[in-house]
Design a protein around this ligand. Sequence first.
Ligand SMILES: Cc1cc2nc3c(=O)[nH]c(=O)nc-3n(C[C@H](O)[C@H](O)[C@H](O)COP(=O)(O)O)c2cc1C
Length: 341
Amino acid sequence: MNFLYKQIIRRVLFLFNPEFIHDAMISGAIFFQRFDFICSFIGFICKTKSEPIEIKGIKFPNRVGLAAGFDKDCSAAKIISKVGFGFLELGTVTLRPQLGNPKPRLFRLPEEQAIINRMGFNNIGAIAAAKNLERMGRLDIPIGINIGKNADCPLEDAPENYLQALKILYPYGDYFTLNISSPNTKDLRTLHEGEKFKNLIGPILNFVNSKPARKPVFIKISPDIEISDLENISKAAIEMDFGLIATNTTIKRDLLKIEYANMEGGLSGAPLLNSSNEILKKTVALIGGKIPIMASGGIVNCEAAAEKLELGADLLQVYTGLIYEGPFFVKDILKYMSVKR
Ligand SMILES: Cc1cc2nc3c(=O)[nH]c(=O)nc-3n(C[C@H](O)[C@H](O)[C@H](O)COP(=O)(O)O)c2cc1C
């Protein structure tokens, strides 16, 4: 199957514009997920032995999840959940719908096994996303919902913008992620900083704590984070009880060919692995096992997935690896992990 994907399907897909292919895949997924027998068939061929794990009261059938940004509108999760994932992180969803940045905004770097994107949170908004989730009903695997800030919302109003989106989406997620690390929304990443971070996380946790069913909150951090910010956020995570996702995409271009050096956006895939792992290592050391950590960034082969678990991640998230390795990548990782044990 992998041979078929890499030798034929991927070659054909890569002849077309990346965003066109992505949108076509999502439209196809929405169409086909209406047929239960198709979902069951995909579930059957992607099934493999895996080890369930419970984290913060959530039962994950395995540790490998889909990273945010693939199903931004929460519209195709039913069929994607059949590919073998242990969980899906949907979104980024913003309070109000928005178009995102001008196109082109998604670029493949095949010789680097990487992607640069500057999508800018194109999504249908929290109310429409909630309707999609309502229609879809409960899935067999846990759902995380990733929330971001509207581009036209001033930074000082960000806490309210996130909170309103969370309130709308709260019934539908098993956990929630605050995305403060996308490089494609102006100044978003300054929300990592001291007071700004406190002003954001405080009201979110007050809301979550007021609920009879307290659902876990995660903060998705940048691989370009200042170490002092990482220390502060890790300390707050232990004190206030929220998890961390290390990491989002990077704006650094150190290891890339010169032709990509000036391309604006977030870099993901193989060239992100080392810097993402550096932050993961530091986070694990600061957290000392007290709160859960998800690892994202550069998992484009099974070895990279295993490395992140060895570094101390509790759960993994993949995105770019799926584009290069195909839909059976999740199954490959799970098989590799079960053999390694
Ligand atoms: C096209 C694309 C869109 C993305 N959109 C989002 C997003 O909306 N929200 C988010 O938190 N991360 C987003 N990401 C980042 C991924 O979730 C992931 O953290 C990052 O790509 C690193 O993992 P990878 O190397 O496995 O791709 C996006 C990544 C890509 C490639």
